[in-house]
Ligand binder design. Structure first.
Ligand SMILES: O=C(O)C1=C[C@@H](OP(=O)(O)O)[C@@H](O)[C@H](O)C1
Ligand SMILES: C=C(OP(=O)(O)O)C(=O)O
Length: 442
């Protein structure tokens, strides 16, 4: 096979309902938050069943580069080892270079952490990482008194020089391009001398669920956070308690598997669906119901059964769930509009453009709007679905390919950003949709 052929993954296709129980790896957002917190905690911490993927590996490597010790130890997670983290010694300085890859959590969360150390830390990443918004991180660092050398374009690469402490206090930012700007500062704010009083001024902050998750994990490790005033967050100075906890499975990444139930009129079960989670993926329960599925959560297992058709819907603020939602809407029996997701243009790729282009390449009728997509049902056909190094484009292509024969997903390996096991888990799921062989002996 030539490399070109290898780069096109024939998406599994089935004409019969899938019937599967699926477990997915740990949450990217929780793993990378807890890694940051562990590196600043007051003792050794353990992450059980963390995500082991490109984004978490980049975070682990960044923390090691800054001086934290991160070791893999055997655990009971189905997808890899546990992680033991011995925190950074902030009194030890030094110069370092951080590779952010394409990970928003690394490029936004690590700079304020590095600013607490003495020395120069430079940040760079994949070619497309150099197009993701970073201006607010840079201006926030400067607002905190940290020296930053950059090109003035508000993008990677840049270099900061820390003095060994950050005074903190009041800081005003515009976080309208990414909630990660807020999370990044909140995660380390307790270690600023005077804590942090952060205020957002500007168009609305997107992905508010992810900020709620940040506040939730901070409180879980003993940090006092006041988020009672909209667009303001106060983090009291203090210790970050070391922890030993289990990372929930990634509910956003559970999405494509649940979507398979709708696409094939089958049933998909996800056991260990967390109770009272802060993950945005908990919204699948409402979203998939609106799209016409039967959804139930009983004894910790989420069960989704697809109906005869997928219903179109008008959905706001679907955040990182949007590519999966868009794929489902492209297979629906009535039009859909997705709104409140303008900031997806700054994700791994311009997701609004990428989704419209690739679904339309398969015969779809998708229009970009200022803050989302309009998706009108149209008969789809096979073809190459390009993914632009975006894991969620790859999984969206797989969903379409399950329903439409002849879809080839470009670079399925990009799913390693948050779910290296995707191709194999997806093939197992699709195989449950094959007609059951009743056996030759009957
Ligand atoms: O904090 C996080 O873990 C994330 C926040 C969100 O970023 P944006 O606010 O940039 O959408 C989300 O899309 C991303 O996948 C993960
Ligand atoms: C936007 C995403 O990632 P990142 O953490 O790189 O921003 C995502 O995973 O959908």
């Amino acid at each position: 096979m030539t490399p070109v052929e290898l780069s096109h993954w024939p998406a599994p296709f089935t004409t019969s309902p899938v019937n599967a129980t699926v477990q997915v790896p740990g949450s990217k957002s929780l793993t990378n938050r807890f890694l940051i917190l562990a590196s600043l905690a007051d003792g050794q911490s353990r992450l059980r069943a963390p995500l082991i993927s490109r984004d978490s590996a980049l975070m682990v490597e960044a923390l090691r580069t800054l001086g934290a010790e991160v070791t893999e130890v055997a655990g009971d997670g189905a997808f890899g080892p546990d992680l033991l983290v011995t925190p950074l010694d902030l009194s030890v300085g030094g110069d370092s270079a951080i590779d952010c890859g394409l990970a928003g959590t690394v490029m936004r969360f690590v700079p304020p952490l590095a600013a607490l150390r003495q020395g120069r830390t430079s940040f760079d990443g994949d070619p497309h990482a150099r197009q993701r918004p970073m201006r607010t991180v840079i201006s926030a660092l400067r607002g905190l008194g940290v020296d930053v050398e950059d090109d003035g374009d508000g993008l990677l690469p840049f270099t900061l020089t820390g003095t060994g402490s950050v005074t903190g206090g009041r800081l005003v930012v515009d976080a309208s391009a990414s909630s990660q700007f807020v999370s990044a500062l909140l995660l380390v704010g307790a270690r600023f001398t005077h804590g942090l009083h952060l205020e957002h001024v500007g168009p609305p902050v997107p992905s508010l669920d992810h900020i709620a998750m940040t506040v939730d994990v901070l409180r879980g490790v003993g940090v006092v956070v006041d988020d009672s005033v909209p667009n303001q967050w106060r983090v009291s100075p203090g210790r970050i308690r070391a922890f030993d906890l289990r990372i929930e499975q990634d509910l956003s990444n559970a999405g494509p598997f649940l979507a398979a139930a709708l696409v094939t009129a089958g049933t998909v079960r996800i056991p260990n669906w967390p109770e009272g989670t802060s993950q945005v993926g908990d919204q699948w329960r409402q979203i998939l119901t609106l799209l016409g599925a039967d959804v139930s959560l009983a004894q910790g297992t989420l069960t989704v059964t697809g109906g005869e058709t997928i219903r179109g819907a008008n959905l706001a603020d679907t955040s990182e769930l949007a590519p999966t939602v868009a794929a489902l809407c492209a297979l629906a029996d009535s039009p859909s509009t997705l709104t409140g997701i303008a900031h997806l243009r700054g994700h791994e790729t311009d997701r609004l453009k990428a989704l419209a282009t690739e679904i339309n390449r398969l015969g779809g009728d998708v229009t970009e709007t200022a803050d989302g997509l309009t998706i009108t049902p149209a008969p789809l056909h096979g073809g190459v679905f390009r993914t632009y190094e975006d894991h969620r484009m790859a999984t969206a292509g797989a969903i379409l390919g399950l329903a439409i024969p002849g879809v080839e997903v470009e670079n399925i390996g990009t799913t390693a950003k948050t779910m290296p096991q995707f191709p194999e888990l997806w093939a197992d799921l699709a195989a449950t949709g094959k007609p059951v062989d009743s056996g030759s002996g009957l």
